[in-house]
Design a protein around this ligand. Structure first.
Ligand code: NCD
Length: 338
């Protein structure tokens, strides 16, 4: 894939070599994300961060990633504070905002909306999640995390055993992750969900056609035994007709330390794109896992900054100049990365 000046709308744009490239550049961003060095390589550049659905980590980590490269961020959140609420089209919004920005990140509740916006944009657009469809930067940071976690334990991405749990029908993170995993060899994917919230057939089909093993289960304890990675997800309440309908499924699969100890192999890594729904009737990842060293959810969020910095650097063509514009930090840094 050609990164320079390109949109990132779908994981289908990536081949294995492209992913290696993103990960290689992401590794070089660690001293900046860890506040050991500062770079001004994107000084003067502006990111338009447009989030029309709730977001904490995707929005803020895109913004921080851009700031850490020396660029500035302008933000719009929610339809009500944007002229879309006055009837402005995506086309006009894209024409206008791309005149103010060097690159745009966008989240929108409708599948395909970010691609439509990108068509009218004069600058590269990164999909920060379009409805239940795709979330490519999340899938890249998830895969980056999986690779780090399994390599740390002497394993590799090829031959990975992963269980995806929860709302696999509406969850865009698992959709995009399935497509990336399909690029590797000999995956063992277990899909655990209520029957009504099963992974759409096209994702299963793609994995199977490429020779991967896919098993489908409605039983948490059985599904999580014998895997390297547990990838839990939230019931995507906002995609249901009503809260009552979502309530039917909330809390279907709860992982806590006792279940983990009883059914998982030692060192099974626990992931979640977050937010985990910590309300009592959901609690898909219990707080009693917080001290489990295999809980990788906050390593995931930290890695998100590295991967998003890499995407910006590659798309804007500065990946080789980051160090040239760097200097040591000059403030007291109390940040712990544990
Ligand atoms: C996810 C999303 O928005 O799709 N969150 C995220 O970006 N990390 C998952 C979710 O909201 O459940």
């Amino acid at each position: 894939m050609q990164f320079l000046g390109s949109h990132v709308l779908s994981v289908d744009q990536f081949e294995r070599g492209d992913i290696d490239k993103v990960f290689e550049v992401a590794d070089t961003m660690a001293p900046y994300a860890l506040r050991q060095k500062v770079t001004r390589v994107l000084e003067g550049a502006i990111l338009g961060n447009m989030f029309f659905e709730p977001s904490t980590r995707t929005r803020v980590s895109f913004g921080c990633a851009f700031n850490l490269l020396g660029g500035d961020v302008r933000e719009t959140t929610g339809f009500q504070s944007s002229a879309i609420a006055k009837g402005e089209s995506l086309y006009d919004t894209a024409r206008v905002l791309s005149g103010y920005s060097d690159i745009i990140c966008m989240r929108h509740p409708e599948s395909g909306s970010v691609a439509e916006f990108a068509e009218a944009s004069r600058v590269p657009v990164i999909n920060g999640g379009d409805g239940p469809n795709e979330h490519p930067s999340q899938a890249l940071l998830d895969l980056y995390t999986i690779r780090k976690e399994v390599e740390h334990k002497g394993g590799s991405l090829d031959g990975l055993r992963i269980a995806m749990i929860g709302d696999l029908k509406h969850g865009r993170t698992v959709h995009s992750l399935c497509r990336l995993l399909a690029l590797y060899k000999n995956m063992h994917v277990t899909l655990i969900s209520p029957a009504e919230l099963a992974m759409p057939e096209s994702y299963i089909e793609q994995l199977r056609v490429l020779g991967h093993s896919v098993s489908i289960s409605t039983d948490l304890s059985q599904g999580i035994s014998g895997v390297d990675i547990i990838y839990s997800t939230r019931i995507q309440e906002e995609r249901f007709q009503s809260k009552e309908e979502a309530d039917l499924y909330r809390g279907s699969f709860r992982l806590n330390q006792a279940i983990y100890t009883q059914y998982c192999e030692p060192n099974t890594v626990i992931m979640h794109p977050l937010p985990r729904d910590s309300r009592a009737d959901a609690n898909e990842l219990d707080n009693d896992l917080n001290h489990n060293p295999n809980l990788a959810i906050f390593r995931q969020t930290d890695n998100g900054v590295l991967v998003r910095m890499a995407l910006f650097a590659l798309i804007l063509g500065v990946e080789k100049q980051v160090d040239k514009y760097s200097r040591p930090v000059n403030w007291y840094c109390s940040r712990s990365n544990q």
